[in-house]
Design a protein around this ligand. Structure first.
Ligand code: PBG
Length: 325
C-alpha cells in the first residue's frame, strides 16, 4: 500500500525542532502597561490577574524587570484622574501618559516606547472621539487626536499607535507629527479594529466603557473581512508604517489576509478578554496555561503577524529564559 509516513518527521524532539515552521521569540512582544496617578500604587486589575496599575513611583521597578527579561518594547496606556467632554488631559504635556513616557525614556533609553493614541480613557462619555448632540463626530476628533499624538512624541514616544478608528486619523496624525518636526516617528495604526466583546477587562482597567451607546459606528462589525482590507488600504495610503489587527484570536483569518495583501509589518493584539479567559481557566486548573499560551501566540505568528501585543509577554519571556518552552 502506498501512503506517506508524515510521522517520520515527528519521531523525536530533535527532528520536531528542526522542522518547526514558526517560533515565538521575546523580540516578538510588545507589553502593555497601565499607568495611574497617585503614589505607591501597584494594584492588580481584578479581571486580569498578573496585570497591574502602576503609579509613576512604582513604574521603574516593573520596567526594570521587563528589560531584564529581554522585552524590547512596551505600549503605555494612561488612566487619568480627571476626565471631561473633550478629553483635555489626553494632550496635556503633564498628563499621566506624557509623564510616564518621559520617565521611561529617561531611565531606559533603549526600551522602545509606544503610545496608545485615543480619547476614550480621557473623555467623561468614554467614547474615542468628540461627542456633539449624542454623535461621535469624526473631523473634530481628528484635531484632538493629532494634538495627543504630538504631545506623546514630544514626551519621547518612539512610535504612535492610534486606536480610535475615526476616518482619516492616520493622515491627521501624520500631518501633525510632520509639522511638529517628528517626521521620523512612525505610526502603528490600529487599522483593523472590531467592535468586540473581548475588550471588557480593558475597559474595566481604564474605566473607559462608553457611558451611552456603543462603539459600533466607528469600530468594525465582526462579520466583515473585506472591509478590513479597505481599512488597511486607507491607512497605508494615509501613511501608516505598521498595521494592527485587533482582537487577535477570533480574527486569525484577518491577520492572514492583511499579511498576504499588504507589505507592512502586522501586529496582532491579543486583547484583555483573550487573556482573562486563559487566566480564569488556568487558575481553575482547567487548562495547562503554558501550553495554551504558547499555542495561542504561535497561531498569531503562523497567521502572519510579525509582532504580538500581549499581556502574556512577561510570563512567556520568563519561560523562554528558563528554557521551559
Ligand atoms: C482604546 C482601546 C481599547 C483597547 C485598546 N485601546 C478598547 C476599546 O476600544 O474599548 C482594548 C485592549 C484590550 O482589550 O486589551 N480605544
Amino acid at each position: 500500500m502506498q501512503f506517506h509516513r508524515h510521522r517520520r518527521l515527528r519521531r523525536n524532539q530533535a527532528i520536531r525542532n528542526m522542522v518547526k515552521e514558526n517560533h515565538i521569540r521575546v523580540e516578538d512582544f510588545i507589553y502593555p502597561i497601565f499607568v495611574v496617578e497617585g503614589e505607591n500604587k501597584k494594584e492588580e486589575i481584578s479581571s486580569m490577574p498578573g496585570v497591574y496599575h502602576f503609579s509613576l513611583d512604582r513604574l521603574n521597578e516593573e520596567v526594570d524587570e521587563l528589560v531584564s527579561l529581554g522585552i524590547l518594547s512596551i505600549m503605555i496606556f494612561g488612566v487619568p484622574h480627571d476626565k471631561d467632554e473633550c478629553g483635555s488631559s489626553a494632550d496635556d504635556a503633564h498628563g499621566i501618559v506624557q509623564k510616564a513616557i518621559r520617565q521611561v525614556k529617561e531611565n531606559f533609553p533603549d526600551l522602545y516606547v509606544m503610545a496608545d493614541t485615543c480619547l476614550c480613557q480621557y473623555t467623561s462619555h468614554g467614547h474615542c472621539g468628540v461627542v456633539e448632540n449624542g454623535e461621535i463626530v469624526n473631523d473634530a476628533s481628528l484635531e484632538r487626536l493629532a494634538a495627543t499624538a504630538v504631545s506623546q512624541a514630544k514626551a519621547g514616544a518612539d512610535m504612535i499607535a492610534p486606536s480610535n478608528m475615526m476616518d482619516g486619523f492616520v493622515a491627521a496624525i501624520r500631518k501633525g507629527l510632520d509639522e511638529a518636526g517628528f517626521e521620523d516617528v512612525p505610526i502603528l495604526s490600529y487599522a483593523v479594529k472590531y467592535a468586540s466583546g473581548f475588550y471588557g477587562p480593558f475597559r474595566d482597567a481604564v474605566h473607559s466603557a462608553p457611558q451611552f451607546g456603543d462603539r459600533r459606528t466607528y469600530q468594525m462589525d465582526p462579520a466583515n473581512a473585506r472591509e478590513a482590507l479597505r481599512e488597511a488600504a486607507s491607512d497605508i495610503a494615509e501613511g501608516a508604517d505598521m498595521l494592527m489587527v485587533k482582537p487577535g484570536l477570533a480574527y486569525l483569518d484577518i491577520i492572514h489576509r492583511v499579511h498576504q495583501e499588504f507589505h507592512l509589518p502586522v501586529v496582532a493584539y491579543n486583547v484583555s478578554g483573550e487573556y482573562a479567559m486563559v487566566k480564569a481557566a488556568a487558575i481553575n486548573g482547567w487548562i495547562d496555561e503554558k501550553k495554551v499560551v504558547v499555542e495561542t501566540l504561535t497561531s498569531f505568528k503562523r497567521a502572519g503577524a510579525e509582532l504580538i501585543l500581549t499581556y502574556h509577554a512577561k510570563d512567556v519571556a520568563k519561560w523562554l529564559k528558563e528554557g521551559s518552552i
